[in-house]
Ligand binder design. Structure first.
Ligand code: CA
Length: 229
C-alpha cells in the first residue's frame, strides 16, 4: 500500500516507519498540515494516517479540505491524542473514515488500515457508474455513452445527465436540475432550456428514439427507447 502519514511527533513517525516499511508499504510523510495537504493533492495514496493535532492546518481542517475542496476520497484514519468525544465527532464530520486514540497498537493500526483500503477498493469496484438502458455514464471519468458510442457533452450537460440518470425513469423537476447546475444562484429560465437543448442534440439526435422527454409544466425525464411515448 502507498500510505501518507501526517504526524508532527518524531517518535510516533519513526515508530510508524519502523513498523510499516518492513511490511512492504511505501510511505510518504509530512510534519505539518499544509505539507500533508500538498502531498495528498499531488500524489495518489491508498490510505492517509492523519494526526489531529498538527502545526499550521490541523488534521480536521486538512481532512475537510481534502473532501470538500479537492474531492479526494482516499480513506483517512485519524490519530487523536485525547479520548474526547468532541475530537472524534469533529473527525467524522470532517470526512475521516476511522480513528485511533494514542497511544495505539501498531498491529491494530495495520489491521484498521487494511480494512479501510479493502473497503475503498470494494466501493471502487462497484464504481459510481450509472446505467439506464443502453445509456451509461461514469461520473468519475465524465464519460457517457449510448449504445456503446460516446455522448460528448459540456460540463453542464454532464451534470444534467447525471441528475436525470440518478432519477430515471422518474421525472426530475426543472428546479432540481437548475439547483444541480447552479445551486442557489440560478440564472434566468432560458438558461436551462438552452442546456437541455444541447443535451438533446448530443443524446438523442443521432438515434431513432428520443430518451429525453419534456414533461410539460413540470420538468424532464429519461425514458427507455422502447417505452413508447
Ligand atoms: Ca500532534
Amino acid at each position: 500500500m502507498r500510505i501518507l502519514i501526517v504526524e508532527d511527533h518524531p517518535d510516533i513517525l519513526a515508530n510508524l516507519y519502523g513498523f510499516l516499511e518492513p511490511k512492504g508499504h511505501v510511505l510518504d510523510s509530512a510534519r505539518n498540515g499544509y505539507a500533508g495537504l500538498a502531498l495528498a493533492s499531488e500524489n495518489q495514496y491508498d490510505v492517509i494516517v492523519l494526526d489531529i493535532g498538527l502545526p499550521g492546518l490541523n488534521g480536521i481542517e486538512l481532512c475537510q479540505k481534502l473532501r470538500e475542496e479537492l474531492s479526494i476520497a482516499t480513506p483517512v484514519l485519524m490519530l487523536t491524542a485525547r479520548d474526547s468525544l468532541s475530537d472524534k465527532v469533529a473527525g467524522f464530520d470532517s470526512g475521516a473514515d476511522d480513528y485511533l486514540i494514542k497511544p495505539f497498537s501498531l498491529v491494530e493500526l495495520d489491521v484498521r488500515l487494511k480494512a479501510l483500503v479493502r473497503r475503498a477498493e470494494g466501493q471502487h469496484a462497484v464504481s459510481h457508474k450509472l446505467r439506464f438502458g443502453d445509456l451509461s455514464f461514469d461520473p468519475d471519468t465524465q464519460e457517457a455513452s449510448r449504445e456503446g458510442r460516446p455522448v460528448v457533452l459540456t460540463r453542464t450537460g454532464y451534470i444534467l445527465l447525471r441528475t436525470l440518470m440518478q432519477a430515471a425513469p422518474r421525472i426530475v423537476p426543472r428546479e432540481t436540475l437548475e439547483q444541480a447546475v447552479w445551486g442557489e444562484d440560478r440564472p434566468d429560465s432560458d438558461a436551462l432550456r438552452t442546456h437541455i437543448h444541447a443535451l438533446r442534440q448530443a443524446l438523442d439526435k443521432p438515434y431513432e428514439h428520443a430518451m429525453l422527454r419534456t414533461v410539460a409544466g413540470v420538468g424532464f425525464r429519461l425514458v427507455l427507447p422502447d417505452a413508447g411515448s
